[in-house]
Design a protein around this ligand. Sequence first.
Ligand code: PTJ
Length: 261
Amino acid sequence: MKIPKDHPRADSLRVRELIIEGMHSNIVAEAGLIAHGRGEAFDYLIGEKTPSFALEQEEAAVASLLLADNPVISVNGNVAALCPREIIELAEETNSKLEVNLFYRSEKRMKALEKVLRDNGAEKIYGLDPNYQTEIKELSHLRRIIDKRGIFSADVVMVPLEDGDRTMALRKLNKTVISIDLNPLSRTSLWSNITIVNNVIRAIPEMIKIAQEMKKEDSRKLQEIINNFENFNSLHTSLTFMSKRLKNFDAEKLKRFKDSK
Ligand code: PTJ
């Protein structure tokens, strides 16, 4: 659908179209639409723009990817539909591998993700070759299938838009987990070492810029950024921001509406 430019929520509708088109081309799972709607609700609570706490989370995440020995970025349907070019660029800037990993895994969807990533310039994509498949034993769903050269041997794994049990399983395997999740209360957010409470559509391009700058820094400086970051404090800041904003926004908006009638 063509979104009218003057629509008050044109940006949000354009993003929705990416998800809908992604579903029609088998990139996005049907449940991906529902996940997106949940994300939209939380994005509303942070004002649909990046708060300063999210930038700090992004900095800690980029520092962690840059200092890792074998960093891997896991790609699912929603991410591939929303920011395929950017996720590839972030992998390049941080020297990370890209691995396709799907919850609603099917051959058709794996191929669709491979295509969209290749069309956007990805060369090496992990998770596709059955010869290198292995499993996370603790998981019973299809996200358990991982690449021996990728997530299996990674020290740092970034999982944008994830479900909680793989995050828990990866932590139990002693991996550092970075997630991007607009819901600071999700199990993924709570179990990650670094949670970025922001929309992937903003977070990934911001992380690319951060990586370009951070690469010029001394590794001690990057380690300091990581050492100064504490996920529970950061989640608390995110939640406090949301609840304060909701409280103020509520009163202001209702008053404006009342006065305009
Ligand atoms: O492509 P697949 O098969 O791997 O499946 C992907 C989905 C997203 C369907 C699957 O991982 C899933 O069901 O995820 P959940 O459990 O619904 O969790 C998704 C989380 O991402 C929720 O907490 C949402 O609030 C959050 N979220 C949704 N959209 C965005 C987001 N966070 C950041 N940016 C978004 N655009």
